[in-house]
Ligand binder design. Structure first.
Ligand code: SAH
Ligand code: SF4
Ligand code: F3S
Length: 457
């Protein structure tokens, strides 16, 4: 069995898998979702057709995540179930990539020898070659330590024709002590502004209305490009450039890091009508002691100053955040500090996580300070309950007002209802037969819950 192969011959332009069906199962964040779209592009260039079901597919790609422990458990559970799928027809090809594969390397093959190709986050562009190699020589594992080519030769096949993810930066140069991302995604590399603008111009021609710029730390975008010989961020300038592209109606971005958030970026957000008034600014904890142990580079006071700055510059900003409950050493008082910030900021939405030790991260060594599971569960519940109250009145503020909604798709539960989002990112259910997918329309908000809005047109 050959386990690691260096690729001499690059992707052949001749499609070789005409008519075969592929299916992609994606775990994790928007970066992974977008990587899967890039891989779908490569599969289709190779002649394959998308299948919505695993059971009737010939080639199956599992794009993995490893941000928390349960993400890992899910992977090995899924691979266990797929042994049967593979046994049913040995001609089927099973490929595993993404962050957990990058972390576990040969362990994936050890625990699931029936996998044909294991690849990491840095060589997704090589997937067709690796698939070819596995057909010639048997199972292949190739995990690289860094990305050498950030631009792909193939266009992504996007899940939506209305809103599109656009990568502006990969990797992360921060060292948050809980986080595994830098070790599985590598150092921060920015795409060239012209490549980004060209891609968005193409998307606009194809009818895309909304774009989401993706990076782990978007407001440090461009530092590595040394534009005008300066090692400084270029994110604000990029927003102005993208705003000029005709046809694009809405621009979102995620995630900015609180420590690098600049006033000039917020001024751009307020000046540029297409850039939405939604800001995601991850708090993680409100306690100075915990923030310092997390290596976040800001304290509670600085975070609150950023919140005040957002609220004073952007009219009716919708602010969301990420919070980790139960970081090692978190006392009741530390948790109360987090609640203090939550009560002050009045976020529209919080993505809440229970601390999960990740191998190789600094915080995973703080075992003597781990918080007991039942305490974490209790704190998580009280945060969740309080945030539901806050979201309830934050969402209710829209009732009676007119908002611009981008219609994205019919509701899964009821075909007569259209779903989409208003500028602040809040989900709206619209009862109307006047409009279609991709329309940007004024709707009247008639009701709200802490999780979505209801509208008529
Ligand atoms: N680059 C982004 C975060 C990407 S990970 C940023 O800095 O905002 C998304 C979220 O997962 C993080 O913001 C954090 O809240 C959560 N997270 C990351 N590692 C975690 C861990 N070990 N345990 C629990 N939550 C974690
Ligand atoms: Fe992880 Fe911190 Fe980088 Fe975000 S900024 S990806 S939390 S290391
Ligand atoms: Fe995203 Fe999970 Fe990787 S959150 S960057 S897919 S570890």
């Amino acid at each position: 069995m050959k386990t690691s192969i260096h690729l001499e011959n690059k992707i052949t332009s001749k499609p070789s898998r005409y008519g075969l069906k592929y299916h992609i199962k994606t775990f994790g964040c928007q970066m992974n979702e977008h990587d899967s779209e890039k891989i779908a592009g490569m599969f289709q260039k190779d002649g394959m057709i998308k299948s919505n079901e695993i059971d009737n597919s010939d080639v199956l790609f599992i794009n993995t995540c490893t941000i928390r422990e349960n993400a890992d458990d899910k992977l090995y559970g899924t691979l266990g179930q797929l042994k049967k799928w593979k046994d049913e027809n040995p001609n089927r090809k099973l490929l595993v990539g993404g962050c957990a594969a990058q972390k576990d390397k040969y362990l994936v093959r050890e625990r699931a020898p029936w996998v044909d190709v294991v690849l990491g986050t840095h060589n997704t562009n090589d997937i067709i070659n690796l698939l070819n190699q596995s057909e010639d020589w048997g199972p292949v594992t190739e995990i690289l330590e860094e990305t050498t080519n950030i631009e792909s030769e193939t266009s992504p096949v996007r899940e939506s024709s209305i809103n599109a993810f656009v990568t502006i930066q990969i990797g992360c140069n921060n060292s948050c002590t809980f986080c595994i991302v830098p070790s599985v995604r590598g150092v921060e590399i920015s795409r060239r502004p012209s490549d980004i603008v060209n891609e968005i111009e193409r998307l606009s021609h194809e009818g895309v209305k909304e774009i989401t710029l993706l990076g782990q730390n978007v407001n440090s975008y461009g530092r590595d490009l040394m534009i005008n010989n300066k090692r400084r961020p270029y994110f604000t300038e990029l927003l102005y450039k993208i705003h000029d592209i005709e046809g694009i109606e809405r621009i979102r971005f995620t995630s900015p890091h609180p420590k690098d958030f600049k006033e000039e970026t917020l001024i751009a957000v307020s000046e540029l009508p297409k850039v939405v008034n939604q800001i995601h600014i991850p708090l993680q904890s409100g306690s100075n002691k915990i923030l310092s142990a997390m290596h976040r580079g800001y304290n509670q006071k600085r975070f609150i100053e950023k919140i005040d700055m957002i609220k004073s510059i952007i009219t009716d900003a919708s602010i969301s955040t990420d919070i980790i409950v139960g970081f090692p050493g978190e006392s009741h008082i530390d948790f109360e500090e987090t609640m203090k910030v939550v009560n002050y900021a009045e976020f529209d939405l919080i993505y809440m996580f229970k601390f999960s030790p990740r191998p190789g991260t600094v915080a995973s060594d703080y075992q003597d300070k781990f918080v007991k599971k039942d305490i974490i569960d209790d704190r998580f519940m009280s945060l969740k309950n309080r945030q539901t109250e806050i979201s309830e009145f934050r969402y209710a503020r829209f009732v009676g007002s007119t908002q611009k909604m981008l219609i994205e798709k019919p509701s899964k539960k009821d075909e007569r209802i259209l779903t989409g989002r208003i500028e602040g990112g809040h989900i709206v259910n619209l009862e109307s037969n006047k409009y279609g997918i991709g329309d940007l329309v004024n709707v009247k908000i008639v009701d709200s819950t802490p999780f979505f809005l209801k509208a008529t047109a």
